[in-house]
Design a protein around this ligand. Sequence first.
Ligand SMILES: Nc1nc2c(ncn2[C@@H]2O[C@H](COP(=O)(O)OP(=O)(O)OP(=O)(O)O)[C@@H](O)[C@H]2O)c(=O)[nH]1
Length: 366
Amino acid sequence: MFEGLKNKLRDVRSRFGASIEETLEESPVSPSPATPVADLTAQEPAPESTKDEIHPHEGVLEAASEKKPKSGFFTKVKTLVIEREFILTEKDLEDPLFELEMILLESDVALPVTDAIIAHMRTSLVGNHRKIRESPDEIVTLALKNALREVLGEGLDLPGFIRSHEKPVKILFTGVNGTGKTTSIAKVSDFLKKKGFSIVIGAGDTYRAGAIEQIRVHADRLGIRLIHHQEGADPSAVLFDAVEYARAHKVDVVLADTAGRFHNRANLMSQLEKIRRIFKPDLIFYVDEATAGNDAVVRAAEFEKTIGADGVMLTKVDMDKKGGSAISIAYTIGKPLVFLGVGQEYEDIVLFTPDLIINEILGEDA
Ligand SMILES: Nc1nc2c(ncn2[C@@H]2O[C@H](COP(=O)(O)OP(=O)(O)OP(=O)(O)O)[C@@H](O)[C@H]2O)c(=O)[nH]1
């Protein structure tokens, strides 16, 4: 997943790295006149690693020393000072920051999210004295990692939420047609069942022909109780019955399917409002497909405004080359990403953590 973005970011990281290398060449930090030559030439003891500090990378030091003659007193002093720290100006980073901005926008990262990432990169790189103990790529990667962490948010510990909440915990799934909502309910059921929770599913999509049968097939396969009425029935009544069943049988979680709908379809949205009043969900999850890119982000924001959402499940992340919606959605709507759907099997679901996306986007370097 996110192959396109991953490759582009690898390139732009090299551009940032090159800008840092140029700074190393052009603006060495002058040795303090008070510093005895003996101190400069002495081997510096390696300081203790701090939490944010990445371990020394031999490559840069080797590359830097390759470019300079190894002998000669003044060369030696200059090299040592250059190798200790450097400062980046806004101008040094102008081109790579612009390039990064373009890459993010091309990858469907929402504009405010792109702005936040660029601002974070600028703040963490410009004007700072940086130790050359970190390689340029490590410095850039760390800045990018922190910028992504800021926009991705922390996610939601759903098993923890369920454990600490009065039962049954009622979760309503909303979203547009065909984005994978029904499959997602089946995956979440399976995920929670494996965590030891008992589940009942309410077949609240009474609108689409075949929807009840579709969720019934999943429920049967997973050995989960389904509460359903006939096609065309009032979904609020179905979900009310599902909650009654859960109370009577001490079931931990009720997962409620609903018909897919667009936020601008007034009838369906008012039906959802009624469902919300009667079902009284503890959590509303908005489901959309990562492959929809910025459309998914815009739709999620609209649903959040009209119906409210407590979290997002993004499906088809396995098919998404860009990563824009995964990066943007939580920051844009101010609600956490909870699950990612990463395939068509029941086990193809992962509980979101920022590191999951960061490691995917920055690869083995993160
Ligand atoms: N590759 C991939 N396919 C998925 C994922 N989640 C769902 N799908 C597929 O997407 C298609 C649509 O899924 P459904 O669950 O039927 O969609 P839906 O949102 O319930 O549709 P409506 O009931 O019309 O709202 C199916 O073929 C699923 O197998 C995913 O994470 N990855």
